[in-house]
Design a protein around this ligand. Structure first.
Ligand SMILES: [Zn+2]
Ligand SMILES: [Zn+2]
Length: 792
């Protein structure tokens, strides 16, 4: 068998690394219900600031400076303006994002683009009525505690505008524009994304900016002209209260959990005289627990040896020839019907291998069984299956896939991606889309069905993900994801594939050997949608066959496999933890907190210790069942027709009770928890330090050089760990992620580094500025500087 080509060092390093850069995390949190809200971070950072040399040095002694109380106790006051809608005023349509506003305006009429403080909005006339379409920019409001402080538990919180929660907030202009436009409007229509987050964004605009109790609601799954017009004509007279209240409840719960639990952890660490930012959330806890339990299983695992026995048979029966001549013929490969078969059991007791001695030359009885397998197309994409397939085929992380799908949606190319549905109702107009795309992809002959294959899962708000039929030139990952979605859609209308399976067995006394083959008889949908089916051709064997060879292979049982970014997301979905919209960002948070690492997700010492400590002192935090119950309760609110607030209160009260009991658990064992977490943090630091150490410092010859990150300049650099005794540093390229390349520079012997930057090939370089490989580069820079000086 041909061996797989060996992976290059670069490829290995890239595989070990995930996510590709910090951008991933930022985009993923776009709609995330934040578990550490900004005001909280600000308080923490105000308490303690020190020029940070590296992210590896986060655990520091608490400085002795007293915290200034005056700022911390200042109460943020916010009372929304009271607005009366004007009789005969225009209709104000509010979208979630700027791009959606432009799409909706163009769909409903001939819009004029206007501007307020640099924020665009659109004015148009439809059937003699004036409409203004303006946008939010995601959430304009955030939850904040009424009276600041860091004690726990805290439950007194309210919504305030982002601009009051953090300085230099870019959403202020959007807030002001909406406020200005609301003042002259006669009615309000919400046209945010139709899901719980979109509904909360809309609800907050309605009550806090427009001063109204309710509004009209446009509901749509694609930003196509046709659907937007329909959504406008058939708009609901009310916002979707079930969704709005379910969403608000989720925000409350996540705040209560996120803030209180993270504070509890940090307070525990403070008892040891140290300081570290830590967090754990309502879904984060059980999600991390899954990964840690897997890690523990792997650590516990003891490999066991076992044996597999193979024989080679040849169906050309000896016709009175001597054994020697038969062997000769087998070796020369003359037998066309040679086949290797495997003994149908793995052997764990070595003594049982005796049975297989002296079987070469014997005659076995062969049989061939054929079965036909009908393989229908896979059901339409929902977010999880799209993320899984994008990871399988292109290695794209779930959050990157979501980010791409979101932009394809905003471009009007695909339907809303945050869906769990596997249904494709006729009402979306798939007939025309199919006609158009089948022609474009030149697969008309393969389309045989009028109705698509569907899966079981439902989503009350949206159908599965499908292409709208709109066209735009795409490139790179956008193109890959778009094609995958389109091919999946087209395949739904094809015949089932037919696979011929074959099982050949050979029996020698009580020993049964077998081999399996498969070939695709009819490709059908597989001609459109990529599949990883392996065809294996084996001959038909029947009757007496000669055993011409046998071999025994020793193997070892393998530990359980770690989760991949795609498999953990499907596991969370299976267990009903988190929502389709939040799962990928929960995973990102686990990476960002250093609880897990690697593409094959490995729990770090800190992650393992956090779970072990919580298991011991406050197991309720990682209780998957409790998290799932909350998830179910919120789903129930979404489906309610009335009494939303009552149910909201019930769920929130239950959450409060849970958090109060967690706070008690922590109160009792704070010091022990703190000590255990500190120990793990130090262990992690040590591990990271080893991973980041490059070489002995050539200047002081005592310290070691390591890759550091400066938060101040937001750049990576190399420094000696004997600082402040040694101040030797080297600069690094400003952009991308720097990793060890596991290679040594041939010119100067320094370890080589690699820069990873999205969309670029990895760049391997020597960081020694005096190295020959850098001479040319340095000369170029010198010349450039000279030129600049001349110009001055
Ligand atoms: Zn040094
Ligand atoms: Zn070098």
């Amino acid at each position: 068998m041909p061996k797989k080509p060996k992976k290059t060092t670069e490829e290995k390093v890239i595989e070990d690394y995930f996510p590709l850069d910090e951008e991933d995390a930022e985009h993923a949190t776009e709609k995330q219900v934040k578990e550490t809200i900004p005001d909280f971070k600000q308080i923490v950072e105000k308490e303690y600031k020190k020029p940070e040399r590296s992210s590896l040095e986060r655990v520091e002694k608490i400085p002795k400076i007293k915290i200034k109380k005056s700022k911390a106790t200042r109460k943020v006051k916010y009372s929304p303006k009271k607005i009366k809608l004007k009789k005969g005023g225009y209709e104000l349509i509010v979208t979630e994002k700027p791009q959606a506003a432009s799409k909706i305006a163009s769909a409903l009429g001939n819009p004029k683009r206007k501007d307020s403080k640099g924020i665009s909005y659109y004015e148009l006339e439809r059937k003699g009525k004036k409409i203004i379409v303006a946008c939010a920019v995601g959430h304009l409001f955030t939850l904040k505690q009424n009276i600041p402080g860091s004690e726990i538990p805290i439950f007194e919180i309210s919504w305030i505008p982002n601009y009051l929660a953090r300085k230099k907030d870019f959403t202020k202009k959007y807030y002001d524009t909406l406020l200005k436009l609301a003042k002259d409007s006669g009615s309000i229509t919400i046209a945010t994304d139709y899901d719980i987050e979109g509904e909360v964004i809309g609800l907050n605009v309605v009550r806090f900016i427009c001063g109204q109790k309710d509004a009209k609601r446009m509901k749509f799954s694609t930003l196509t002209t046709q659907e937007l017009n329909k959504a406008y004509d058939e708009k609901s007279p009310h916002i979707d209260w079930g969704q709005a209240i379910a969403g608000e409840t989720r925000h409350y719960l996540d705040w209560f959990y996120g803030i209180n639990l993270s504070r509890a952890l940090m307070n525990a660490i403070k008892t040891t005289g140290r300081f570290k930012i830590m967090s754990i959330g309502r879904v984060q806890g059980p999600a991390l627990n899954l990964i840690v339990q897997k890690e523990k299983d792997i650590q516990k695992f003891k490999p066991e040896p076992y044996w597999q026995v193979f024989i080679t048979v040849d169906d050309e029966r000896p016709r009175g020839r001597s054994i020697a001549s038969t062997e000769l013929r087998a070796e020369s490969g003359a037998g066309k019907n040679k086949l290797e078969l495997k003994y149908n059991q793995d052997i764990f007791d070595k003594s049982k291998l005796e049975k297989f001695e002296n079987i070469v030359g014997k005659t076995a009885i062969a049989e061939t069984k054929k079965t036909e397998q009908v393989l229908p197309p896979n059901p339409p994409f929902n977010l999880t299956t799209l993320q899984t397939e994008a990871y399988k085929f292109y290695g794209l992380t779930p959050s990157r896939t979501l980010q791409i799908a979101q932009s394809l949606y905003l471009g009007g190319l695909i339907s809303y991606p945050r869906t769990s549905s596997q249904k494709l109702p006729e009402s979306i107009g798939y007939k025309e889309i199919l006609k158009k795309l089948a022609k474009e992809y030149n697969v008309e002959k393969l389309i045989t069905k009028k109705k698509p294959v569907e899966g079981k899962k439902l989503d009350s708000a949206h159908p599965s993900i499908y292409p709208t039929g709109n066209k735009q030139i795409l490139a790179g990952d956008d193109e890959k994801i778009y094609n995958l979605i389109t091919k999946r859609f087209l395949s739904l209308f094809c015949d089932s594939a037919i696979i011929d399976n074959k099982k050949v067995s050979a029996v020698l006394d009580e020993l049964i050997f077998s081999a399996r083959g498969a070939s695709v008889r009819k490709k059908a949908w597989m001609e459109i949608y990529p599949t990883k089916l392996k065809e294996i051709e084996i001959p038909d064997l029947k009757g007496e066959v000669k055993i011409t060879n046998s071999k025994t292979e020793q193997k070892e049982t393998q530990p359980p496999k770690r989760y991949s970014p795609a498999s953990i997301i499907s596991q969370l979905e299976k267990k009903n933890l988190g929502t389709k919209a939040t799962r990928s960002s929960i995973l990102e948070t686990l990476y960002n907190r250093n609880y897990v690492k690697g593409k094959s997700i490995e729990a770090t010492p800190l992650g393992i210790s956090l779970i072990t400590t919580l298991e011991k002192y406050s197991p309720i935090i990682i209780n998957e069942k409790l998290t799932r119950n909350f998830e179910n309760e919120m789903e129930a609110i979404q489906k309610l027709k009335k009494n939303f607030e009552e149910k909201e209160k019930k769920v929130i009260d239950k959450a409060k009770q849970t958090i109060i009991s967690i706070a008690k658990d922590f109160g009792k064992n704070e010091k022990k928890i703190g000590e255990e977490l500190l120990k793990a943090t130090n262990e992690l630091r040590q591990q990271q330090k080893i991973e980041n150490t490059l070489m002995r410092c050539p200047v002081c010859k005592k310290g070691n050089l390591g890759i550091m990150y400066s938060r101040k300049t937001k750049r990576h650099f190399i420094a000696c760990d004997a600082y402040p005794d040694c101040t030797n540093t080297y600069s690094l390229p400003p952009r991308g992620v720097i990793k060890k390349a596991n290679k040594v520079c041939e010119e100067c012997g320094f370890p080589m580094l690699m820069r990873l930057l999205r969309g670029r090939r990895p760049w391997v370089f020597c960081f020694n500025p005096k190295c020959k490989t850098n001479e040319e580069w340095a000369k170029k820079r010198e010349k450039k500087e000279e030129k600049e000086n001349e110009q001055d």
